[in-house]
Ligand binder design. Sequence first.
Ligand SMILES: *Cc1c(COP(=O)(O)O)cnc(C)c1O
Length: 495
Amino acid sequence: MIYNSTRNKNFTATPSMAVLNGIADDGGLYIFNDYPAVVALEKLMSLDTLELYTEILSSLISDIPKDKMAELVKLAYTGKFETSDLTPTVKVGDDYILELFRGPTSAFKDVALSMLPHLVTASAKMNGVTDDIHILTATSGDTGKAAMAGFANVDGTRITVFFPKDGVSTVQQAQMLTQEGYNVNVCSVKGNFDDAQTGVKEIFASVKENALLEGKGIRLSSANSINIGRLAPQVVYYYKSYFDLVRAGDIKLGDKVDFIVPTGNFGNILAGYIAKGMGLPVGTLVCASNENDVLTEFLLTGRYNKKRTFFKTASPSMDILVSSNLERLLYLISGCDADKVTIYMDDLKYKGEYTVDSSISEKIKSEFYACSCSDSTAFKTIKSVYEEKGYLLDTHTAVAMHVCEEYKKNVPSHNVCVVLSTASPYKFAADVLFAITGNREENGFKALNDLEALTAVPVPSNLKGLDTKETLHNSSIEKEDMLQYVLDYSLKTLK
Ligand SMILES: *Cc1c(COP(=O)(O)O)cnc(C)c1O
């Protein structure tokens, strides 16, 4: 299988090179033209969790041999998650919650970012690349920590993470600033997440265009969900959850399942769309947004308009106005029309908006449902789900849970619904506590302890004692200085 840029079919890469490059040379994202073949569902269902990862990852990153992939999967996941099946699906009321937050940093991004470093180093080896890989990542809070944890002390790699100053929770910030490892580097940027993400994209472009790292023994790559190596592991848990429902007798093999996804950069939900394209019986993919409802508007109307007020919400990992991975959906759903994608992306860049053809918009509406949810409604949902069903939601999952309720009300013909849960409630303890008690505890660490005392839901071990850990990073820069900051770290001798 071969990947190419969403903006030009002539910019191709093998899967392993797509993992290494992160983004295509023309600024497009790597994508395939035909969905990769996978073995029959019955066969997939008979596999254990790690075998399932190996099988699906081998079909998406097909030039890494399967026995090698099995080794990488073992390295990535064995003993790293709270549960040996990595992503349990639990029943809550009439619906199901797919818990994606049982990993080493209590974020759903752990699923992909535990795997990515191993995909990157294996890809480098296979392709005779001896350069150090310098990972650049913009984070709205969760990616940064999960990526640093994944890459920490992996020889031949180094990582720089940028997060928006004042844009992440106390716990998220402490998680990042206390990260150990000789090759990790984190810095806040004065701006919002989109500023940080745009800055990172510009660094890739500028380094490439001006050959800034040519001959220096370093090459840049990305750990953002624009990297196909991030997306591929996410496809697997849709299969896993589906099979869990079949095994529990809640559905029959072949029945459709609807997935409700709290969405920001459109990576998670796109992985569901890819699973569907590969043959998993997925019904509707429900895109849940917070007050930054640019995706809701787009999926319902076909017009993407980023010229809008940016809200800082209680679900900061979804505070995004430009959802990068949507570009891949446009490519796939337009029948792989790179010219059209280029026009839309140019319009977005120069006019701040684009409108897709009505045929594309209709197709999108047939596959997706979309709805948004305010902070106050999300808080009410946290309270009611906790009090009525005894389940503690984080602020992002609460957005999705509310949207699930709306979806079921508006679409009576829905299938069994699985809500994807993307974070431990303890990562956003102050807001979760406020939602339940009505009292605001400004100290994020005290809120964490108070929430545990109130609910008796155990705090994940990685979040315990964060407030007394030593701060190891303290840089904060203007967005204009990001390039220089990266070059300085890139050219520094480590160890
Ligand atoms: C990243 C993140 C999201 C959004 O996922 P996308 O793949 O960017 O759509 C939602 N919730 C949490 C907690 C996250 O960390």
